[in-house]
Design a protein around this ligand. Structure first.
Ligand code: ATP
Length: 215
């Protein structure tokens, strides 16, 4: 099967929680690649601490040695808020109807889905793969009524469904729990603590050279 993982985020900065999640979902779902798509201007959160160019450069460094990971800068080239629905629509047009698209989300992000632009249209273009994130509120008790109805309509337990169809299912997937967050890394840096072993050395070198996150 030809299936591609789509991994959006602020990546402010990218860390091993992101990278390990992408690697495990790639293997589990037999994806041909995972595309990392940094959000230029996220609509639903404070604007990132760092420019989109720096965040994207750090993603490039972090994934450089993995031939199945790629960087897609389309959201940096678009004006206005970075809506995932626009990105998926464009990808579907480019890649055609025969490739399965899998939108990769942590469970914290999935719980916020109903606040996304045209969220109920996402499954027309892609499957949604939800990875359990440590520290996130448990899904079962925390889905809003509309999200729960959406989830129950589309959930599958079988990765065969993901292979058979090109879009339209939701799959929950356990991954190795790594309680790493960009927020905690930024706090470490502001307080002059080393974030070593939470993110790749090449990214640490980059943010040190460019004096990111220190004030
Ligand atoms: P911040 O702390 O700034 O909110 P973050 O670490 O949550 O950042 P994002 O770039 O916002 O990183 O996350 C992008 C995606 O990666 C989201 O879907 C999020 O749920 C997921 N994600 C981030 N960190 C982890 C982790 N440690 N385990 C599983 N999923 C994660």
């Amino acid at each position: 099967m030809n299936a591609i993982g789509i991994f959006g985020g602020t990546f402010d900065p990218i860390h091993f929680g992101h990278l390990r999640m992408a690697q495990e979902l790639l293997q589990h779902l037999n994806l041909s690649e995972v595309r990392f798509i940094p959000a230029a201007m996220p609509a639903l959160r404070n604007q990132p601490a760092t420019s989109a160019q720096h965040r994207s450069a750090m993603v490039r460094l972090a994934i450089a040695d993995n031939p199945q990971f790629s960087l897609d800068e389309r959201e940096l080239q678009r004006a206005g808020f970075s809506y995932t629905i626009d990105t998926l629509t464009a990808l579907r047009q480019e890649l055609g109807a025969n490739v399965a698209l899998c939108l990769l989300l942590g469970s914290d992000a999935f719980l916020k889905l109903p606040s996304w632009q045209r969220w109920d249209a996402l499954l027309s273009h892609a499957h949604i793969i939800v990875a359990h994130r440590p520290g996130a509120e448990p899904l079962a008790e925390n889905m809003s009524a509309p999200l729960k109805a959406f989830y129950e309509r589309h959930v599958t337990n079988s990765k065969l469904d993901i292979a058979k169809k090109k879009a339209g299912h939701i799959l929950l997937q356990r991954i190795t729990p790594l309680d790493i967050s960009a927020t905690a890394i930024r706090t470490d840096l502001q307080q002059q603590r080393s974030p070593r072993y939470l993110l790749p050395d090449a990214v640490i070198d980059y943010l040190t050279t460019n004096q990111l996150y220190t004030n």
